[in-house]
Design a protein. Structure first.
Length: 198
């Protein structure tokens, strides 16, 4: 679809640049359409001289049409080749700059960026690849892609780790208190010693 649109735009531009020849061609085609509606058998029977004159006029128009059409075809072919060469050169220069700006550039990354632009921002899928024409746009899209990945990682639900419940301590005269004697007051330490702890 994108290629068809480009071809249509190029053809429209070519017609605009060669409007005089195109107008002449349309006028000739219109005249030839009128000739195609003539009942030649009747004309030849009623006026043989007019028949010969009309046939000569039709032949001249056909020759002129073929001449103009041929010249336009040659110019259009040349214009198309020049346009394709220019586009290829610009695309190569743009890709070289993109590779400089985006170190990890690859066809795979290109596909990811196109999918991201279409899914996230609604770019038409048939033309989204044209972002590569402008390295700055490519860099901007890449930054947005990386930023979105970072946001997704930060907002992802963390895995819940259930902490183990502490084992309850059963009190009793023979139970030992797991407490550092250095942190006890003098009264607590004396009591602790009397209970037989050492």
């Amino acid at each position: 679809v994108a290629e068809q649109r480009k071809a249509f735009e190029a053809q429209a531009q070519f017609h605009q640049e060669n409007i005089k020849e195109v107008a002449q061609l349309e006028a000739i085609n219109s005249s030839l359409t009128e000739f195609s509606q003539v009942d030649w058998a009747v004309v030849m029977q009623q006026d043989p001289a007019m028949f010969q004159q009309l046939v000569a006029q039709q032949k001249q128009l056909e020759e002129r049409r073929n001449q103009i059409q041929g010249a336009l075809n040659v110019k259009y072919q040349k214009s198309t080749e020049e346009r394709q060469l220019t586009e290829a050169k610009l695309a190569q220069e743009s890709e070289t700059e993109i590779k400089r700006l985006i170190k990890e550039w690859s066809p795979e990354l290109d596909s990811k960026l196109q999918k991201f632009a279409a899914d996230r921002y609604g770019f038409p899928r048939d033309t989204v690849g044209e972002y590569k024409k402008d390295p700055k746009v490519a860099k901007l899209l890449h930054d947005a892609y990386i930023g979105q990945q970072i946001i997704q990682k930060q907002t992802a639900k963390p895995k819940v780790v259930q902490e183990a419940n502490p084992v309850p301590t059963v009190g009793g005269s023979n139970s030992k208190v797991a407490r550092d004697p250095a942190k006890m007051s003098q009264a607590e330490y004396a009591k602790w010693r009397k209970q037989g702890y050492s």
